[in-house]
Ligand binder design. Structure first.
Ligand code: 13P
Length: 252
């Protein structure tokens, strides 16, 4: 067992791209040379575009992810989307606990844990987002926040349910701000998160779990982040909305 974690570059499109625009972007992505074989590439369009994008991705190496999920299997939950629905349209990944969900939609740790359970029960891989706000970093609380996000989301799981887990360290102050964490800051946070995963689920689990960095990743800074063995990929927001910048990051 080595640290052979395949680097993963995922585009979180957030609330951008109509289904028609999504088709156009994915068509352009697929027209480019396929991702390098040592990379996994995932796109996470809005719910309403998933089905059309899934259709285009069939037979391609690019994978599909969703940005959110509701934890109940089905029921009278107006406006929500279940994990089995996402599974059926072809999602392999689901982002849970994104800071925008935590901030605007009250997704707290218990909610994130329930969503994560729903995702793994459907055999998909959760991309669990963690990360501190600026004031938390300045108060020296970065590690406390990482611990709270990881323990809060994963504390009640048994390791065997979490085999596909991906963690995304996204310092909130770096999201959409143009401020990227330095590779040193990211590596320090990733090491801490990995150590914690190791303590919770065994060293092998920590070593095998991919930890992505997210927050103002661009073609200009992707290479210096991705060259760190501790950084297993990127969760890209703004720069994933244009074919050129996304592909340059995926190839960095
Ligand atoms: P930006 O790349 O736009 O900073 O967004 C990062 C992010 O939130 C990805 O989930």
């Amino acid at each position: 067992m080595g640290t052979e974690r395949k680097k993963l570059v995922a585009g979180n499109w957030k609330m951008y791209k109509t289904p028609g625009e999504a088709v156009s972007l994915v068509t352009q992505i697929l027209a480019a040379p396929p991702p390098r074989s040592d990379r996994e590439v995932v796109v996470c369009p809005p719910f309403v575009a998933l089905s059309r994008v899934a259709h285009l991705l069939k037979g391609s190496p690019v994978k599909l992810g969703a940005q959110n999920v509701y934890w109940e299997k089905e029921g009278a939950f107006t406006g929500e989307v279940s994990a089995s629905m996402l599974r059926e349209v072809g999602c392999e990944y689901v982002i849970v606990g994104h800071s925008e969900r935590r901030q605007y939609f009250a997704d707290d740790n218990p909610a994130v844990a329930r969503k994560l359970r729903a995702v793994v029960e459907e055999g998909m891989s959760p991309i669990l987002c963690i990360g501190e706000k600026l004031e938390e970093r300045e108060a020296g609380r970065t590690q406390d926040v990482i611990r709270s996000h990881i323990e809060g989301a994963l504390g009640e799981f048994d390791a065997r349910y979490l085999r596909g887990l991906v963690v995304a360290y996204e310092p909130v102050w770096a999201i959409g701000t143009g401020k990227t964490a330095t590779p040193e800051m990211a590596v320090e946070a990733h090491r801490f998160a990995r150590k914690l995963l190791g303590e919770m689920f065994g060293v092998a689990f920590g070593v095998e779990t991919r930890i992505l960095y997210g927050g103002s990743v661009k073609p200009e800074n992707a290479a210096e982040l991705l060259k760190e063995p501790e950084i297993d990929g990127a969760l890209v927001g703004g720069a994933s909305l244009k074919v050129d910048s996304f592909l340059r990051i995926a190839a960095a």
